[in-house]
Design a protein around this ligand. Structure first.
Ligand code: CMP
Length: 138
C-alpha cells in the first residue's frame, strides 16, 4: 500500500557534501519527494523532535549533534515506504549496515549516521508535520 515516510539528511552528511548523492539514491530507489527543505534545528527544536529519546543516555549528545549544522528534511512516498526506506538506509550503527545502504556508504558513527528514517506510519506523520505545513506537501 502506498504510504509516506519522513527523512532527514543529518548534519554529518550535509557537511560532507552528500546531499545530492543521498537524494539521488532515494529517488532512484522509487521514492517520490512530497516535500523538501534545507534548514537547521535549534537545540530546542532538536530536543522536541527527539523527545521520545529524552531518557536515553545519548539524548544530550544527540540534541547537540542534530543542532550542529544544517539538515535536509523530506517527506517521501512509495509502496511500503516506512519499511522499504529503513531497508534502504540500513542499520542505525553503520558498522552493521548492509553493503550499498545509505548508512554503510555515507555514515560515520552510530550518532553521525547520515540519515533518519521514521519507524512507523504514525511517527512518519508526526515527524513530517513537525517540519512541513499542508501547503508545503506536493
Ligand atoms: P535515528 O534512528 O535517526 O534516531 C535516534 C538517533 O539517536 C539515531 O538515529 C542515532 O543518531 C542516535 N542514536 C541511537 N542509538 C544511539 C547510541 N547507542 N548512541 C548514540 N547515538 C545513538
Amino acid at each position: 500500500k502506498t504510504n509516506r515516510t519522513f527523512t532527514m539528511i543529518k548534519p554529518d552528511a550535509v557537511a560532507a557534501g552528500h546531499i545530492g548523492a543521498i537524494l539521488d539514491k532515494i529517488t532512484k530507489s522509487g521514492f517520490k519527494i512530497i516535500a523538501l527543505k534545507y534548514t537547521a534545528l535549534s537545540t530546542e527544536k532538536a530536543g522536541q523532535f527527539y523527545e521520545v529519546h529524552s531518557e536515553r543516555p545519548f539524548y544530550n549528545d544527540l540534541v547537540s549533534f542534530m543542532s550542529s549544522g544544517p539538515i535536509v528534511a523530506a517527506i517521501l512516498e512509495k509502496d511500503n515506504a516506512v519499511a522499504d526506506f529503513r531497508t534502504l538506509i540500513g542499520a542505525t550503527d553503520p558498522s552493521k549496515a548492509e553493503a550499498g545502504t545509505i548508512r554503510q556508504l555515507f555514515a560515520q558513527s552510530i550518532q553521525a549516521n547520515a540519515v533518519h528514517g521514521s519507524d512507523s506510519d504514525e511517527n512518519a506523520e508526526i515527524e513530517g508535520s513537525f517540519f512541513f505545513s499542508a501547503f508545503e506537501k506536493f
